[in-house]
Write a protein that binds this ligand. Structure first.
Ligand SMILES: *Cc1c(COP(=O)(O)O)cnc(C)c1O
Length: 388
């Protein structure tokens, strides 16, 4: 049997939504995207939502709007996708990596406190796999005497997540989402920024589009030409309506899809029974967005486990090897693997299993069977060897 890592839910019916945009005069950001922004602002209970063409460009636009540049430092966790740190480096600032908590793999507040310097401008907590960092507690426990430090949530995994009743964006300066091909809500490539700050929204309108003082569509909408100015540097980060058109139905349906993801996770957790196969602990008081199903085996068993899964026709991947172990960050900052031992150990043993709403019971039972019969013995032998 072949079980893909991910199967998206868009189909030929969605082609009609793109055709409807093709029938309008202006193909970039003018029509349906504005409706999606209203839909997002309502879903996240924030005054402002801005569509962008990726998480990455959205985060660049946000850091530009926050004024982050050369000489500045931005704190990021070691256990995340590289984009979280790359956006900081792209702006000529320094990505300051910190370790994560051993139970949840989420950014450590004490580690953040220790990493603060006079140059720190921003912290980027990552809602890893869909488990939310307690952003209000991060502010309270690590940043209470640093109101000048912004918080930008990496919510690429966490469209549906909630903590203590709040969604991403409730306690930060901004939260950035991804609509990349494998994310829970997707239009192939895309993303969104939400913010409660009016001043940040005004800056983002510009940093999202070249730094221009009025959007391309707005320039022509007035009926006569109006000059625009450029007062600050901006990225090219707007989402075209051709892609935005794929989002409204998915956003309307997202809670129903989350229920399917939740059911699949519970079936994995009940079905995979081995003391050597671990799951990350989940924060209490939250709704998990169930983006990824990540198990952990002893590091010595991981790569062979990946071989077994792929030979069995199962799509599996790694989210993530700790970013300080990757060549760019290792060489630039001289990191040793054990500088951030928790992230390193998690990244050495992490395996992501197939998880998407249309995963069938038969497909999932096959994955569980392969894990129990072939991966678990390997993991248990590696755990015994490590303890000896
Ligand atoms: C996917 C992802 C990103 C990057 O998203 P893009 O839309 O591809 O730029 C950033 N952070 C995390 C945690 C991600 O998983």
């Amino acid at each position: 049997m072949q079980v893909p890592f991910f199967r998206h839910s868009l189909d030929a019916g969605d082609a009609n939504k793109i055709a409807a945009v093709l029938a309008t005069p202006f193909l970039t950001s003018a029509g349906v995207g504005k409706e999606v922004e209203r839909q997002l602002a309502e879903y996240f209970s924030v005054p402002h939502a801005l569509l962008v063409n990726s998480w990455t460009n959205g985060a660049v636009a946000t850091l530009l709007a926050l004024g982050v540049g050369p000489g500045d430092e931005v704190i990021v966790p070691a256990m995340t996708f590289i984009a979280t740190a790359n956006v900081v480096e792209l702006l000529g600032a320094k990505a300051v990596i910190v370790d994560v908590e051993p139970d949840t793999q989420l950014i450590g507040f004490e580690a953040v406190r220790r990493a603060l310097t006079p140059r720190t401008r921003c912290v980027v907590p990552v809602h890893l796999y869909g488990a939310m960092v307690d952003v209000a507690a991060l502010r309270r426990e690590a940043l209470s005497d640093r109101p000048d430090v912004a918080i930008l949530e990496d919510a690429a995994h966490c469209f549906e997540g909630r903590l203590n009743g709040d969604r991403p964006g409730a306690h930060s300066d901004a939260a950035v989402f991804s609509f990349y091909a494998t994310k829970n809500v997707t239009c192939g490539e895309g993303g969104a920024i939400v913010t409660r700050r009016d001043d940040l929204r005004d800056a983002l309108v510009q940093t999202r589009l070249h730094g221009m003082s009025a959007g391309a569509a707005d320039r022509f909408n007035a009926g006569r030409y109006r000059h625009w100015d450029m007062a600050r540097l901006g990225a090219k980060a707007n989402l075209p309506d051709l892609l935005a058109a794929l989002l409204p139905d998915q956003i309307r349906d997202v809670e129903a899809q989350l229920a399917k993801r939740e059911d699949l996770i519970q079936r994995y957790k009940q079905g995979i029974a081995s003391p050597a196969v671990r799951w990350p602990a989940e924060p209490a008081g939250g709704v998990h967005a169930r983006h990824l199903a990540v198990i952990h085996v002893p590091g010595a068993a991981r790569d062979e486990a990946l071989e077994i899964l792929s030979a069995a026709g199962i799509g599996a991947t790694v989210n993530y090897r700790a970013i300080h172990t990757l060549t760019y960050y290792k060489d630039k900052y001289g990191y040793a693997p054990d500088d951030f031992p928790t992230a390193r150990a998690w990244g050495d043993g992490a395996i992501s299993l197939p998880l998407f709403p249309s995963l069938t019971r038969v497909e999932q039972d096959y994955v569980i069977q392969v894990v129990n019969e072939r991966i678990a013995p390997l993991a248990e032998a590696a755990a015994v060897a490590a303890a000896a």
